[in-house]
Design a protein around this ligand. Structure first.
Ligand code: ARG
Length: 457
């Protein structure tokens, strides 16, 4: 029979089915490093306020480090009878230090311990993801530079709309991932408020110094209300929202590139090393990495749902349900990290098929809106210009030609005296060069944005 840390009140053993049902060690063993760090800080604080001796604190810290190494080197025995990581480490400490080990849990509860460990873990996860997003942004900027002069058809409703510079397209994703980084940074502020020392839910009658513990653990502040701190998982919901939105960005990008690899588009060539084949069709080169990026985003989004459902009916303060926060947090993080690890090199090695893109660039009336704006600049009311160009496009469709191929008199009739000058804006290249507004795909604007990001990243 394993001695439970809470065994005093109980007689007899816990039913093995209950042990199997309630254990979390298979999931929360991942918190061992954070649990040890937080315990060391707690021990040092206990010494500072003289609840234990200084040398006692040092012995505890030393043994905690040894336990950490054993776990690191897979020499540490885990068992579901000891429920969770907190109990495992405390038990191991008691095995080694006897009564001294029994002092560590002074003025502490697993309720504040688990949320402190989780916050320390999420804080590291945020820092790692920020770094990975930064790398992705740098690759996007590198590709934006590489394809600076490449013109792409821009789509709305997946119909050809207006020409865009490839650099502008990549800069758009740099912006999205920047907002993702901003959100993580903002989330980190609340992650970085320390719950430790609120004990079970109400605080403690012992004279602890929570600010001291916070400074040892690099928390920027101490949570003010013990009930709030015991129950709070807002930070987990925020973190999962941030990850879910990242997953949405990555998924819709993947969808776009899946289309672009198809024979119908042929815009890009994915590197062979990032594709897989078919077991029956010898010619196939499938974009599985992109498809799984899209597919795995579902897991991240559902982790967010999971935490919302978990929290919505919990009374104050700690409830055991909260143990279920960690599978959601870990799975969402693992999934996003694995996506970022593979898509960054994939993007870096993808080639755009300049010729195929250029050959079809004049299809789809990408210059129609610029033509309309040309008429507006020469005094034609917007709605009239819109209608006139719409009619010209219809005529082109009937004749199976492009706007630039229409006879001059068609343009003259819309805007007398300006018929010839429309050739200044017709054709995709000229239409693109005509953009001037802030934030547009105009070459000067894009150049400015590229410079801004070169400095920022
Ligand atoms: N394994 C638990 C969790 O993850 C730790 C806290 C348990 N607290 C308790 N009073 N049973 O939430």
């Amino acid at each position: 029979m394993t001695q439970k840390t809470w065994g005093g009140r109980f007689s007899g053993n816990t039913d093995h089915r209950v042990e199997e049902f309630t254990e979390s060690i298979q999931v929360d063993h991942r918190l061992y490093r954070q649990d040890i760090e937080a315990s060391k800080a707690h021990a040092r604080m206990l010494a500072k306020v003289e609840l234990i001796g200084l040398d006692e604190a040092e012995q505890i810290c030393h043994q905690l480090d040894e336990i950490g190494q054993e776990i690191e080197q897979n020499r540490f025995p885990f068992s579901i009878q000891l429920e969770d990581i907190h109990t495992h480490i405390e038990n191991a400490l008691i095995d080694r230090l006897g009564d001294l080990g029994r002092k560590l849990h002074t003025a502490r509860s697993r309720n504040d311990q688990v949320v402190t460990d989780t916050k320390l873990w999420v804080r590291d996860a945020i820092d790692l993801l920020d770094q990975k997003l930064h790398e992705l942004q740098k690759v996007l900027l590198e590709i934006a530079e590489k394809y600076k002069d490449l013109v792409l058809p821009g789509y709305t409703h997946l119909q050809r709309a207006q020409p865009i510079l490839a650099a502008h397209y990549f800069l758009a994703y740099i912006e999205k991932f920047h907002r993702d980084r901003d959100r993580l940074t903002d989330c980190r502020k609340r992650v970085n408020q320390m719950p430790l020392g609120i004990a079970a839910l109400a605080g403690t009658s012992l004279p602890i110094d929570r600010s001291f513990t916070a400074s040892l653990l690099d928390f920027s502040e101490v949570m003010r209300n013990s009930l709030d701190a015991s129950s709070d998982r807002d930070f987990a919901a925020e973190f999962l929202f941030d990850l879910a939105l990242m997953a949405v960005h990555l998924s819709s990008w993947a969808e776009e590139w899946i289309l672009w690899t198809s024979t119908e588009f042929q815009f890009i060539d994915l590197p062979d090393a990032f594709c897989t084949g078919s077991s029956i069709m010898p010619h196939k080169k499938n974009p599985d990495v992109l498809e799984l990026t899209r597919g795995k985003s579902a897991r991240v989004i559902s982790s967010l749902q999971q935490i919302f459902l978990l929290l919505k009916a919990l009374p104050m303060a700690y409830n055991r349900d909260l143990q279920e926060d960690k599978p959601a947090i870990f799975d969402a993080f693992d999934t996003i990290k694995s996506i970022l690890d593979v898509v960054t090199p994939l993007i870096q090695q993808t080639e755009f098929r300049r010729e195929v893109i250029a050959n079809r660039l004049e299809d789809g009336f990408l210059d129609a809106t610029t033509l309309m704006e040309y008429f507006i600049r020469h005094g034609v009311p917007m709605r009239s210009a819109h209608e006139a160009v719409g009619k010209l496009v219809r005529e082109c469709e009937q004749r199976r030609c492009r706007l630039i191929e229409l006879p001059i008199d068609r343009f003259e009739s819309v805007c007398p005296g300006q018929g010839k000058a429309v050739y200044q804006v017709l054709g995709v290249e000229k239409a693109l060069a005509a953009f001037v507004s802030a934030g547009s795909t105009g070459p000067l604007e894009v150049e400015t944005q590229l410079k801004v990001w070169q400095q920022k990243l």
